[in-house]
Design a protein around this ligand. Structure first.
Ligand code: 1GP
Length: 254
C-alpha cells in the first residue's frame, strides 16, 4: 500500500522525493540510473505517466523499472484512463478540480471504475489542481482547462479545501511539466494552512533550492520530472535538500 507512506510522511514531517517518468520519453540507461538512486534510498517513489502514452512501450519500460527496483513504489499518474497498468503499486485517481471539464472530474472515472476494481489497484483519490506556471503546458492544452492564476492562492486554497471536504485523500498542486515558474511558496503555505491532507507539489522544480522552498512552505512530497530526464547527476543534491527539509522524528504535529 502506498497511501500509508504518504500519510506517515505527513504526520511525521518526513519529506519525500518523487520522480516522474514519462514513458514516452523513457530511456533504458536513465531508468537504470534512477533505479540505482532509488535502491540507495535517494528516491522515495516514482510517478509514471504523461500526456501521450504508447501503451506497449509504457508496459515494457514499467516492467523494466520494476525489475530493477528493490522497494520504491511506482504510482500511476495517468494522462488519461487508457494509462492503467496492473504492474504499478497504486494509481493517483485524479480529479482535475481546478478545471470545469466534466470528463476529467468524473466522466473517465465512471468508464474505468469496474476495471480498476478488477485490477485490484490501490486507487488514491487525488484533488489535482493545475496552477499557471508561466507558459501553456501539455496538461492545460490536453485537458482543455484553464489553470488557476499563480497569484490567486485563495482560489487554490478554496479548491483544495473543497477536495478535502469531498473526501479526497491527497492534494496535488501542479504547475505542469516543464513549467517556467514553480508554484510559489506563498500559495503552498496558504493551502498547507487550511488543509490537513498530504500535499504533492510539482512542475518546474529544476534545482535543489526550488525543492527546498516548496517543502519548507508545506509540501510533503515534491515531484521532479523534466529536470532529471536528460541529466540525473544532480539527484544526490536534490535528495539531500529533501532530507534536510524533513522535520526531526522527535518533533510531533500540534
Ligand atoms: C508534472 O509535476 C510534474 O506533472 C513534474 O513537472 O517535469 O516540470 O518536473 P516537471
Amino acid at each position: 500500500m502506498v497511501y500509508p507512506l504518504l500519510s506517515a510522511a505527513r504526520n511525521s514531517g518526513k519529506k519525500l522525493l518523487a520522480v516522474l517518468i514519462d514513458p514516452d520519453k523513457a530511456r533504458r540507461d536513465n531508468l537504470g540510473e534512477l533505479a540505482s538512486f532509488a535502491n540507495a534510498g535517494l528516491i522515495d517513489l516514482f510517478l509514471w505517466g504523461g500526456s501521450l502514452v504508447n501503451a506497449p512501450q509504457s508496459e515494457y519500460y514499467l516492467k523494466l523499472l520494476r525489475s530493477s527496483l528493490d522497494a520504491a513504489p511506482v504510482v500511476l499518474f495517468p494522462g488519461s484512463s487508457y494509462q492503467l497498468d496492473a504492474q504499478a503499486d497504486a494509481l493517483l485517481l485524479l480529479s482535475l478540480l481546478s478545471g470545469r471539464n466534466p470528463d476529467l472530474l468524473i466522466g473517465q472515472h465512471v468508464q474505468v471504475a469496474a476495471h480498476i476494481k478488477r485490477m485490484k489497484l490501490e486507487a488514491i483519490p487525488t484533488a489535482y489542481l493545475l496552477i499557471d506556471g508561466g507558459k501553456p503546458t501539455s496538461v492545460s492544452y490536453m485537458s482543455n482547462t484553464t489553470p488557476i492564476p499563480a497569484d490567486k492562492p485563495q482560489i487554490t486554497t478554496a479548491t483544495a479545501l473543497a477536495g478535502e471536504q469531498l473526501g479526497m485523500k491527497l492534494i496535488y498542486l501542479d504547475a505542469g511539466s516543464g513549467a517556467q515558474n514553480p508554484i510559489s511558496a506563498t500559495m503552498i503555505a496558504c493551502v498547507r494552512h487550511e488543509v490537513s491532507l498530504p500535499i504533492i507539489v510539482g512542475g518546474g522544480i529544476r534545482t535543489p533550492e526550488r525543492a527546498a522552498q516548496a517543502l519548507e512552505a508545506g509540501a510533503d512530497v515534491i515531484v521532479v520530472g523534466n529536470g532529471l530526464e536528460q541529466d540525473s547527476s544532480w539527484l544526490p543534491s536534490l535528495a539531500a535538500a529533501v532530507r534536510a527539509a524533513s522535520r526531526p522524528p522527535t518533533e510531533t504535529l500540534d
